[in-house]
Design a protein around this ligand. Structure first.
Ligand SMILES: Nc1ncnc2c1ncn2[C@@H]1O[C@H](COP(=O)(O)OP(=O)(O)OP(=O)(O)O)[C@@H](O)[C@H]1O
Ligand SMILES: [Mg+2]
Length: 332
C-alpha cells in the first residue's frame, strides 16, 4: 500500500545569482511501514526534498509536481490544513536537534504542549506519555530527565529525545534528516538501533536521509540515490548493494568503510566534486566524474527509466547494456 507518492517534484529557488534547481523532477513512492533512504553527497537536494514534503521552505522556493499523501496532494493544501498534518501525520527529525527544541522550556513541557495541540489529552496524561516515550527511546531515568532543559542533554540523548518527539503523535510518516551525522561512531550505532526498534514497534513509514550508504544499508528497505537534484538510481536495498547499476551508486558503495579498513586508510572516493547548482554540466550531471562516460553523456540527459521491476536508473550506459530503451532513442 502506497502512503506517499511523489511525482515529478521540482523545487527551484530564485536567487540573486540565478535559479537553483535544488530538486529537479524527482519521482518515488513510500509504502506503508517501509524505510526508504535518500542517499547522496552534500548539496544534492536531500533536505530540500524533505522540506518540500513538509512544506517548510522559504518564499523564494517554487514547488511543482505532486506529493500525494494517501492520494491527497499536499502541495494543494492550505497552510491551515498543512499545520494539522505536520507532527500529527508527518513529522521530522532534524539535522540539528538543538535548534528543534526551545531552550527556555523543559523537554516535558515541550512534549506536553505538542501532545495537547494534536490530541484530546489532559496535562497529566500528556506528561505521562512524554515520560513513556523518553523511556522507549532509551533515555535512562526518564522520570527525572523529562523535567530537564534541552541543554542538559548530551548530543546522543538530545537526538533520542528528537526521535521521541517525532513519534509522539503516532505519525504515518517520519522524515529523519541525517539523524546520526555529527555524533560519535558508537553513539551513531545506538541511534541507528533506536530508529530500527521504533520502526519495528510503530510500523511508521520512514524517509531516512543520509550521505552515508553504510547507514542506509543498515536501516533501509529501499534506496534512492540522488545527485545534483535528480534521482540517479532507485531500488530495493539488497539489489542496490549487491548489484549497483549507476556508476555513482557504485562509488557510494565503495566508500562504505569496511570492518577491515585500517585506521587512516583512504577510502575509495569518487573523484571530482559535486557541480555548482549555477553551472550544471550539459547532458548527464554526473558525466564529468564518471568512469564510464560516453559521448552521448556529455550531450543529452539520460531519461529515468524502470529497467527492471521496481528498479529505476538514469544512465546511458545502463540503458545501453539493459537494452531497456523503451520509447527513448538509443545511445550513439
Ligand atoms: N533557501 C535556499 N535558497 C537557495 N538555494 C538553496 C536554499 N536551500 C537550499 N539551497 C540549495 O539547494 C541545493 C540542495 O540543498 P540541500 O540542502 O537539499 O542539500 P543536501 O543534499 O541536504 O546536502 P547536505 O548533505 O549538505 O545536507 C544546494 O545547492 C543548496 O545550496
Ligand atoms: Mg541536508
Amino acid at each position: 500500500m502506497k502512503l506517499l507518492e511523489i511525482r515529478n517534484l521540482r523545487t527551484y529557488f530564485d536567487t540573486l545569482d540565478g535559479i537553483v534547481k535544488a530538486v529537479d523532477g524527482v519521482s518515488f513512492d513510500v509504502d506503508k511501514g517501509e524505510i526508504v533512504a535518500i542517499v547522496g553527497e552534500t548539496g544534492c537536494g536531500k533536505s530540500v526534498t524533505a522540506r518540500s514534503i513538509m512544506r517548510l521552505l522559504p518564499k523564494s522556493a517554487k514547488i511543482s509536481g505532486e506529493i500525494l499523501l494517501n492520494g491527497k496532494n499536499i502541495l494543494k493544501m492550505s497552510p491551515k490544513e498543512m499545520e494539522k498534518i505536520r507532527q500529527k501525520r508527518i513529522s521530522m527529525i532534524f539535522q540539528e536537534p538543538m535548534t528543534a527544541f526551545d531552550p527556555l522550556y523543559t523537554i516535558g513541557q515541550q512534549f506536553t504542549e505538542i501532545l495537547q495541540k494534536h490530541e484530546k489529552m489532559s496535562k497529566a496524561e500528556a506528561y505521562e506519555k512524554s515520560v513513556q516515550m523518553l523511556e522507549l527511546v532509551g533515555i535512562p531515568e526518564a522520570k527525572k530527565r523529562v523535567d530537564e532543559y534541552p541543554h542538559e542533554f548530551s548530543g546522543g540523548m538530545i537526538q533520542r529525545a528528537m526521535i521521541a518527539r517525532a513519534l509522539l503523535n503516532n505519525p504515518e510518516l517520519v522524515i529523519a534528516d541525517e539523524p546520526t551525522t555529527g555524533l560519535d561512531v558508537s553513539i551513531q550505532a545506538q541511534i541507528i538501533n533506536v530508529i530500527a526498534d521504533m520502526q519495528k514497534k510503530f510500523k511508521t513509514s520512514t524517509i531516512l536521509i543520509t550521505h552515508d550508504m553504510g547507514v542506509a544499508a543498515e536501516l533501509a528497505d529501499k534506496i534512492i540515490v540522488m545527485y545534483s537534484g535528480k534521482i540517479m538510481e532507485r531500488g530495493d536495498l539488497g539489489e542496490i548493494i549487491s548489484s549497483p547499476l549507476h556508476p555513482y551508486t557504485e562509488g557510494l558503495i565503495a566508500a562504505i568503510p569496511k570492518l577491515n579498513t585500517k585506521k587512516g586508510e583512504k577510502l575509495h572516493a569518487i573523484p571530482g566534486m559535486v557541480p555548482s547548482p549555477y553551472a550544471l554540466p550539459k547532458g548527464c550531471r554526473f558525466h564529468p566524474r564518471c568512469y564510464a562516460k560516453m559521448d552521448k553523456c556529455e550531450k543529452k540527459e539520460p531519461p529515468y527509466v524502470e529497467v527492471l521491476p521496481g528498479r529505476f536508473v538514469a544512465c546511458w550506459k545502463v540503458l545501453k547494456e539493459k537494452g531497456a530503451l523503451l520509447n527513448h532513442e538509443s545511445p550513439k
